[in-house]
Write a protein that binds this ligand. Structure first.
Ligand code: NDP
Length: 674
């Protein structure tokens, strides 16, 4: 396998050759070509071609691309599983990598369709009035950056790493240059080839860079984004690049993390929480041979439960079959390579200066279907640090392999202090069935963590795992973990977009943003319910006649609906009331009257009223007072070829001109049939 880069729409070989060896056999499985490519041109091509194509698409169209890509890759994933064996991944490990990546594409596709407008930019927050006369206002818009997202990935998840970074960038409208870690680049390369062959993405949306980044950093600008996963050392070196500082290039880092699992005092041996703790610690040590940024490195537990935990973990870890990941009965494969094994053993030697080995022997263990002398295998290594308060290395050294240290604590305050000694982590898990204990831990360690998993008997069977980042939730952590935030649903789009405060007249702001706001011109022609989706202009409006709300109306509504709340029924009970001058009309009666006042009842393009947002009752309406309503087309978002969503600005005012209620009404309006 010769690995080439995909730049400027073509597969190109680099100048140098790097041999990549199988983690299982030690044989060469691929040859990466690296260096000598014109990366300034690659950046320019991404910005000018990929960026331009993506920015022309709406969020919904980009989401559709992600969905198509997920389905295309899903049909071809077997090839990726097969290649993954040579990285040391079992089929279960590859499932996390490959299916996890495809699943992330699907989550972003779904969220893009459901939670984003069918537009090319976002509105952030409401209109902010800035002048007394109402002719000057402000509003925030969010637009895609005009650069390239450079994604530098770690070796451990060649597929998930590429896809979990790709999905939010493309959805935001920013093209990507993805650089895999060389040691497992043949899996990422196969994935990138599939994506290129699918021709689903617009030209220039994804480039793939094998090997060195050469002079690429020299050509980054303030419109580019670097998203890095890997070691703290590399991350710091790259962040120190002068161009990163000079251009204020956004840099998202996800790096070393000394993640903790905390067994609470109530989770004594014999409780479901104790068993869940043991199961999760063992799982996190063995999945991907512990080479996961989210794996449990430190397991904290009450001193009284220590012996039982060591015994249970010894039994559980002893049952893990280590060996050739292609064999069905093998649960843990080798590390990614001999260098990694050496690295882990060196770190274990450091940890052993403060902790004793209580399970696993790196010099004596069984492996199936492979040669232990030639390969990168290690058994799960469980350590016990008797005095974690005085120890330092156990809180600082990340042995990126099947290694975990047990640490006894006295009380919850000490558990919190020890957990936070990690200096900022991606994730911690808490095992307790006591909500007060959980709350104390959550608020004690929350600020040091990007994610907290609360595991107990109620969710034990369904919980998604300490080590599994979910696309809907934040992945990243402060301090040692890099200070970055990935995923988190649509939150991650913000990395690839610029927020801009716009100031201008309401008319100008409405015209630019496609969102009508008070003070912008109203178009009063035919009733707006008579227009098809395409013909309805933002600002088209209807102002109703007045209707007097009588005491009989209030009585009737109260008895008809059963809402006989005292404020509508009992004059005496409202005496001295802070809001009501006496009996007042129901808010929902006003809404019903408003619907009756603005409706245009004949069959027409309005298909359905499907919701109401941001309802506020601002001034009570007393019996005998008149109300009227204004209905204005505020925003439109096409849904498909048949219909689109219309958001209406609705204001109910009293006869005296006071605003009684405001809300946004949502309707589905038909497109023209022609
Ligand atoms: P590295 O930091 O060495 O590599 C990560 C990525 O950075 C790779 O794609 C690598 O490419 C690239 N890279 C390295 N040097 C440069 C450079 N000068 N310029 C541009 N890109 C560069 O981490 P590894 O993947 O080798 O893992 C080493 C250690 O990092 C692990 O043992 C573990 O401790 C930690 N790690 C932590 C992770 C986490 O999320 N917490 C995840 C993975 C690793 P190339 O492979 O071509 O050198």
């Amino acid at each position: 396998m010769k690995l080439e880069s995909f730049v400027q729409g073509q597969w190109r070989a680099g100048r140098d050759r790097i041999e990549i060896r199988s983690a299982v056999t030690g044989n060469v499985v691929a040859e990466a070509t690296s260096g000598g490519l014109d990366l300034r041109q690659a950046l320019a091509y991404g910005r000018d071609t990929g960026g331009a194509h993506l920015r022309r698409l709406s969020f919904h169209q980009r989401a559709e691309l992600l969905k198509k890509l997920a389905s295309y890759l899903g049909e071809r994933k077997e090839q990726l599983y097969k290649l993954s064996f040579a990285t040391g991944a079992t089929r279960g490990d590859a499932l996390i990598d490959v299916d996890g990546g495809i699943g992330t594409l699907l989550v972003y596709a779904g969220k893009g369709r459901r939670e984003l407008p069918n537009a090319t930019f976002l509105l952030d927050g409401a209109v902010e009035p800035l002048s007394k006369g109402g002719n000057f206002a402000g509003r925030h818009i969010v637009t895609p950056l005009r650069g390239v997202a450079l994604h530098i990935n770690a070796f451990n998840f060649p597929c998930w790493g590429l896809l979990e970074k790709l999905a939010p960038a493309l959805l935001a409208g920013v093209p990507v240059i993805s650089k895999p870690a060389t040691v497992t680049a043949y899996v990422a390369h196969a994935l990138a080839r599939m994506i290129a062959e699918s021709q689903i993405l617009p030209e220039g949306a994804l480039q793939f860079l094998v090997g060195s980044t050469d002079d690429l950093f020299e050509h980054l600008t303030c419109q580019d984004v670097v998203s890095f996963t890997g070691s703290a050392a590399t991350s710091q070196a790259l962040q120190r690049h002068p161009v990163i500082a000079r251009e204020a290039v956004r840099f998202i880092a996800e790096r070393d993390s000394l993640n903790a699992a905390i067994l609470a005092p109530d989770a004594a041996p014999g409780t479901p929480e104790f068993d869940l703790f043991v199961k999760e610690v063992a799982k996190e040590m063995t999945v991907k041979a512990g080479q996961k940024c989210t794996a449990i490195r430190r397991a904290l537990l009450p001193a009284a439960h220590l012996d039982a935990a060591i015994a249970a973990l010894r039994t559980r870890l002893a049952s893990v079959t280590i060996g050739n990941p292609e064999l069905d009965n093998v649960r843990m494969g080798p590390l990614v390579g001999l260098d990694q094994r050496r690295d882990v053993l060196a770190h274990v030697a450091t940890l052993r200066q403060e902790a004793e080995l209580v399970a696993g022997d790196p010099d004596n263990f069984e492996i199936e279907g492979a040669d232990a002398r030639r390969d990168a295998f290690l058994p799960p290594l469980l350590l016990h640090c008797a005095d974690p308060a005085r120890a330092t290395a156990v809180h600082e050294v990340e042995a990126f392999g099947p290694v975990c240290t047990l640490m006894p604590y006295g009380d919850l305050a000490e558990a919190i202090t020890l957990t936070n000694r990690g200096g900022g982590s991606l994730v911690a898990s808490v095992y307790t069935h006591d909500a007060d204990t959980a709350a104390e831990l959550v608020f004690g360690v929350g600020a040091f963590h990007g994610r907290l998993v609360l595991i107990d008997r109620d969710c034990g069977k369904e919980q998604t795992g300490h080590g599994s980042p979910m696309p809907q939730l934040l992945h990243g952590g402060p301090g040692r973990a890099g200070g970055g935030e990935e995923l988190g649903g649509l939150r991650s789009l913000a990395h690839y977009m610029q927020r801009t405060a716009l100031q201008g007249s309401p008319a100008m702001l409405s015209a630019i943003t496609g969102s009508w706001s008070k003070g912008a011109p109203l178009v009063l022609e035919r009733h707006p319910f008579r227009y098809h989706f395409e013909d309805l202009a933002i600002g088209q409006s209807f102002s109703s006649k007045e209707r007097v709300v009588t005491l009989e109306d209030i009585e009737h509504f109260a008895h008809f609906t059963g809402d006989t709340f005292y404020a509508h029924m009992d004059e005496e009970a409202t005496a001295g009331h802070p809001f009501f001058p006496g009996r007042v009309a129901h808010g929902y009666l006003l809404l019903s009257f408003a619907a009756g006042l603005f409706v245009d009842p004949d069959p027409g393009p309005v298909l359905a009223n499907y919701g109401l947002d941001s309802l506020r009752f601002l001034k009570p309406v007393v019996p005998g007072e008149a109300i009227k309503v204004r209905l204005t087309a505020k925003e439109k978002s096409p849904r498909n070829a048949q219909y689109g969503e219309v958001r209406w600005d609705v204001e109910i005012t009293t006869g005296a001109g006071d605003t009684a209620a405001t809300y946004e009404l949502l309707t589905m309006n038909a497109m023209r049939a022609d």
